[in-house]
Each structure stands twice: as structure tokens, then as C-alpha cells.
Ligand binder design. Structure first.
Ligand SMILES: CC(=O)N[C@H]1[C@@H](OP(=O)(O)OP(=O)(O)OC[C@H]2O[C@@H](n3ccc(=O)[nH]c3=O)[C@H](O)[C@@H]2O)O[C@H](CO)[C@@H](O)[C@@H]1O[C@H](C)C(=O)N[C@@H](C)C(=O)N[C@H](CCC(=O)O)C(=O)O
Ligand SMILES: Nc1ncnc2c1ncn2[C@@H]1O[C@H](COP(=O)(O)OP(=O)(O)OP(=O)(O)O)[C@@H](O)[C@H]1O
Ligand SMILES: N[C@H](CCC[C@H](N)C(=O)O)C(=O)O
Length: 510
């Protein structure tokens, strides 16, 4: 079977172009779908020709029309490029913003018939979304899930080719919401990245609740400054975008956001924290030997007992945020929290079991300095060997701090490649190594910092160096099943490579 690049509801319902753009000179043209990629055009689509970083989508308008596009939406520059096309052309000042409204209308405004829950924050979006999904299902709801790992309906993966994009562009997003609604979803949990807010991907949706997990260093390549990055996230908590804000106030940006929402008085506010002083916080945390925790939460609705299967204090914070979001949309909490005991997230604090004679191996998606720090502090108490790098074509300023966070939390730091993309792998490693070495030389404990070369070799080295009582933490790629090098994605799964290299080290076949 060919995996579809994007999902659409099976029965298109054409609507007149004039109902989308009342000023158009071709109001009767019927439009039954929408896309911003000429390669994905289906007959009857509105092709949105957007200006991009490398080219203008209008250069592909002729190909889109050949593929059956009924109309083209673009800006003035695009209109000049698309002049003479045998299709209706609608010209607006900001086609990206217009696209979101048109996508919602074309697919029947599905979000208005769903309970919509958004999660944003530098780290924890995917984890919190999975916790929400598990809890909603335990409460008898049928949730859709949209995020970095993919799309799911009621716990089952939907078949669709994926990149690592967290929040799809509005045409794909609205089509997905409609597909989920037609598939019986009553609610949708989605990750909303800061890119998505700036690029208007989730415009035309008013969420019932939006949750804020935390704020740290990432994506300065896209946003330019930390302030702009914060403002992008804060925008999700305005009345045009959500009815209720659930804000974790454990970091200064969370407190700033909560103050702002409170002062604005247009959006209901619930605060969460790991400590007293918020509406929802854990009153008691009892760690269990298997990594799970028994929690008693204080909430405005009374005390709530629950078991959280995911290890790590930061996951307790994610769980508290999830519970407060469920309360905000009136889900039966006593039933919902029973789903949190068994909830798992692929590639997040994932244990790779190599047997009783082997070190403990953890695969985790930590790819920010803050996430690396949280994971390593959750493993404190045991000698830890960490394997990590940083992605190419992403925020260069986080590379040194990622190395530094690793050196602060581990006994041995093995620096390797993440997804180098179009960059020279050794140059990326050099920045991470530099950050790690700076910290290592300032510490008295004798942290060892090594250049592990390619990822397979680095994993092998870590396993060679680890004793049975040690922990090997392989960070940055989590659930990813490929490694992108110079435009090609090579199959690569950290957990599978760990198993292969362990077998080889123990005399077996790869
Ligand atoms: C760097 C970046 O943000 N790029 C976005 C941008 O692409 P671009 O400007 O490079 O586009 P371009 O290549 O110049 O092409 C211009 C237009 O022509 C179209 N085109 C191009 C070629 C063709 O044959 N046919 C065609 O129609 C393209 O679809 C595009 O609309 O416009 C595209 C569509 O408009 C976006 O999908 C794309 O996101 C890319 C895929 C991306 O990687 N984004 C990342 C950075 C991202 O969004 N990340 C966030 C953050 C996750 C987190 O929090 O960790 C996310 O939500 O995933
Ligand atoms: N609340 C948290 N605080 C700090 N670190 C966290 C938190 N939650 C998760 N992490 C760390 O961040 C990593 C990524 O977590 P997760 O995938 O849930 O975040 P995300 O926001 O969805 O990331 P991305 O935006 O890249 O998809 C985890 O593997 C873990 O190491
Ligand atoms: N959503 C994040 C994921 C990063 C994952 C890491 N493995 C990398 O490739 O940098 C990004 O696109 O920046």
C-alpha cells in the first residue's frame, strides 16, 4: 500500500469560491480541497501559492492547474508569476492567513464540533499530549492526537507519511480534523509549536483549553530572539485562540504568562506547579521501584490519587498540566487519571531491555539543554554515560549549552551526530564538544568528554564503556526511525542500534 502524504475526509463537499472570497470574479468555481504543495494537488483543489524561503509557490501554479487545481490563491508577486493561467486566481495581501480560514471552511469547520485541547511549551508537548490521550480514553472519550510522532485516532496510528513536523500546515490540519471527526472523534489533542502560531497553521481554531508546559532555549534560528519565541507561545493564550489557559508556573516565563492572562481577564486561567502555590500541584509523590510514581494531587476539586507510569520528575509536571487541562474541559477526573498508569510515549525515557547482565539503557528525545538537564537529573545517583549531539540546520546557539548540560549531569559524555541535515557533522560535534569541555574543565569530578564520531560508533563505545550498574542515556532522537544526512534519510533507530551493537559486543550477529 502507498502511504498517503496527507489525510483527507473520504467524501469531499465542494463549495463555491465566492463563499470563500466574496470579491472573486469567478464565484461559481467549485472548490473541494486545498493544498499549499503543487505535488499534492487533487482535482478540484484550491492551490495556495505562498512565498517561501527558497522560492515562490506560484512557480508551481501551472503544475498545480495541470494536476486539476480549480483555483489558485496567492499574493501580488504570485499573481504576476501565475499570469495567464487557465484557472481562477484570487489575490490577497496575506495568502498564508487567508489559507487557514479557507481550509477550515472547505473542510466544514470540524474544530467547532470537537473538544479542542492544545499543548505548547519548549519541552513536554508530545508527552503531555500522550498523557491527555490516555486519560481521555480512560474517561470514555474518543480523542484524536496530532503531534511530532504522528496522528492517531482513539489510540490507533493513522496511516500517513510523516516528517518531524509538530503542527501541520492549516490545509493538512483542517483535513485531518475533518477525517478524525468523520472517524468518530469527539475531541482532539494537538501540539501547537511556536512556528505554528507565527505561521498561522492553527488560525481559525478556538481551543477549549491550551496548556503551557515550560519555556527554554530552542528555535532561535526561526524566532531570532528569546522574546519573540516567548511572544509566539504567549499568543496562543489570547481570547482569539483559547477559552481557557492552563499554565505551569515553575519557570519565570510561565509566571509571566500567567500574570498576563490574569491581567487580561479574557481567558480563564488555571495554574499548575510541582510545589504549593498553584491551583494544581502534587501534595505527595511516592516513587516506586519500577520508575512509576504514586501521586496525590491537590486540585480545586479536591484531592486526587493517581499512578503515573512515566519516570522522571519532569513527567510529574507534565501529568499535573494534563490533569488541569482535563478539568478545564469537564472530563471526569476520577476515571481519566486511571489512564495515566499505563501511558507510554515512544522514545521518551524509553528503557531498552538488554537483559540482567547489561547496563540500563534509556533512549530519550531530549534535544534542548533544558531537556538534557532534566533527563540526566532524573537519572542522578548512578554513573551515567550520555550519547548525544545536535541537529543540523537548527538553532546553532543551543549546541554548546547542550554539551554543557550533558557534562553537568554525566560521568562520560560521548558526542555524536544527530540529524546533520545539510551541515558538516564534525563541525556540529565540535560546538557540542566545546560546550561540554568548558564545563568538564571547571568541574572537579573528572567528567570525561569524547568525540564518538558517527552515531552507531558512539553507541557502541558507550556500551563498551558501561558496567552493569551504569546507565547509558542516548538522547536527541527518541522515536525517530531515520537519520537525515545531506538530504537523504537513512534508516536509524537508537533502540534498534543499541540491541544490534549489544549483540555484536556479546559475540552475536548484528
Ligand atoms: C524553514 C521553514 O519553516 N520552512 C517552511 C516553509 O518552507 P519554505 O519557505 O522553505 O518553502 P519553499 O521551499 O521556499 O517553497 C515555497 C512554497 O512552494 C511550495 N512548493 C515547493 C516546491 C514544489 O515543487 N511545489 C510547491 O508547491 C511549497 O509548499 C511552499 O509553500 O513553508 C512550508 C510550507 O509553507 C513549510 O512547510 C516549511 O516548514 C518546514 C517543512 C519546516 O521544517 N518547518 C520546521 C522548522 C517547523 O515548522 N518546525 C516546527 C517546530 C517544532 C518544535 O517545536 O520542535 C513544527 O511545528 O514542526
Ligand atoms: N516538562 C518537561 N520539562 C523538561 N524537559 C522535559 C519535559 N517534558 C519532556 N522533557 C524532555 O524533553 C524531551 C522531549 O519531550 P517531548 O517530546 O514531550 O517534547 P516536545 O515539546 O513535544 O518536543 P518537540 O517540540 O521537539 O516535539 C523528552 O524526551 C524529555 O527529555
Ligand atoms: N522538532 C524538533 C525536533 C528535533 C529533533 C532532533 N533529533 C533534531 O533533528 O534536531 C526540530 O525540528 O527542531
Amino acid at each position: 500500500m502507498v502511504t498517503p502524504r496527507s489525510l483527507r475526509p473520504p467524501e469531499p463537499h465542494p463549495i463555491p469560491l465566492g463563499s470563500l472570497f466574496p470579491g472573486t470574479d469567478r464565484p461559481d468555481v467549485g472548490v473541494s480541497g486545498i493544498t499549499l504543495d503543487s505535488r499534492l494537488v487533487q482535482p478540484g483543489d484550491l492551490y495556495v501559492a505562498l512565498p517561501g524561503r527558497s522560492t515562490h509557490g506560484a512557480r508551481f501554479a501551472a503544475a498545480a492547474v495541470d494536476a486539476g487545481a480549480a483555483a489558485v490563491l496567492t499574493d501580488a508577486e504570485g499573481a504576476a508569476l501565475a499570469a495567464g493561467l487557465p484557472a481562477a486566481v484570487v489575490v490577497v495581501a496575506d495568502p498564508r492567513r487567508a489559507m487557514a480560514g479557507a481550509a477550515a471552511d472547505i473542510f466544514g469547520r470540524p474544530s467547532e464540533r470537537l473538544t479542542m485541547l492544545a499543548v505548547t511549551g519548549t519541552n513536554g508537548k508530545t508527552t503531555t499530549s500522550y498523557l491527555l490521550e490516555a486519560a481521555l480514553r480512560a474517561a470514555g472519550r474518543r480523542p484524536g492526537l496530532i503531534g511530532t510522532i504522528g496522528f492517531r485516532l482513539d489510540g490507533q496510528a493513522l496511516e500517513s507519511a510523516r516528517t518531524t513536523i509538530t503542527t501541520p500546515e492549516s490545509p493538512e490540519l483542517q483535513a485531518l480534523l475533518a477525517t478524525m471527526r468523520e472517524g468518530g472523534a469527539d475531541s482532539v489533542v494537538m501540539e501547537v509549536s511556536s512556528h505554528a502560531v507565527v505561521l498561522g497553521r492553527a488560525d481559525a481554531i478556538t481551543f477549549d483549553v491550551a496548556g503551557f508546559t515550560n519555556f527554554g532555549r530552542d528555535h532561535l534560528d526561526f524566532h531570532g530572539t528569546e522574546e519573540a519565541y516567548f511572544e509566539a507561545k504567549a499568543e496562543l493564550f489570547t481570547a482569539a485562540r483559547t477559552r481557557h489557559a492552563v499554565v505551569n508556573i515553575d519557570d519565570p516565563r510561565g509566571r509571566q504568562l500567567a500574570d498576563r492572562v490574569r491581567a487580561g481577564a479574557a481567558v480563564r486561567l488555571t495554574t499548575t506547579s510541582l510545589a504549593p502555590g498553584a491551583d494544581f500541584f502534587p501534595d505527595r509523590i511516592e516513587p516506586q521501584t519500577d520508575g512509576s510514581s504514586r501521586l496525590v494531587l491537590t486540585t480545586p476539586l479536591g484531592q486526587l490519587d493517581l499512578v503515573l507510569g512515566l519516570p522522571g520528575e519532569f513527567n510529574i509536571a507534565n501529568a499535573v498540566t494534563a490533569v488541569a487541562m482535563l478539568a478545564a474541559v469537564d472530563v471526569d477526573l476520577d476515571r481519566a487519571v486511571t489512564g495515566l498508569a499505563a501511558a507510554q510515549v515512544p522514545g521518551r525515557m524509553q528503557r531498552v531491555d538488554l537483559g540482567p547482565e547489561a547496563p540500563t539503557v534509556i533512549v530519550d528525545f531530549a534535544h534542548t539543554p533544558q531537556a538534557v538537564g532534566s533527563v540526566l537529573s532524573s537519572l542522578a545517583g548512578r554513573r551515567c554515560i550520555v550519547v548525544l549531539g545536535a541537529g543540523g540546520d537548527r538553532d546553532v546557539q543551543k549546541r554548546g549549552p547542550i554539551g554543557a548540560a550533558a557534562a553537568r549531569g554525566a560521568a562520560v559524555v560521548i558526542v555524536t551526530d544527530d540529524n546533520p541535515r545539510t551541515e558538516e557533522p564534525a563541525a556540529i560535534r565540535a560546538r557540542v564538544l566545546e560546550g561540554a569541555r568548558e564545563v568538564a574543565t571547571s568541574l572537579t569530578g573528572g567528567v570525561e568528554v569524547l568525540d564518538g564520531g558517527d552515531r552507531r560508533s558512539a553507541i557502541r563505545l558507550a556500551l563498551q564503556r558501561a558496567g552493569v550498574h551504569d546507565v547509558v542515556a542516548i538522547l536527541g532522537k527518541g522515536h525517530e526511525e531515520g537519520q537525515e544526512v545531506s538530504g537523504t534519510v537513512h534508516p536509524f533507530s537508537d533502540s534498534a542500534v543499541v540491541e544490534q551493537e549489544w549483540n555484536v559486543l556479546n559475540g552475536g550477529a548484528a
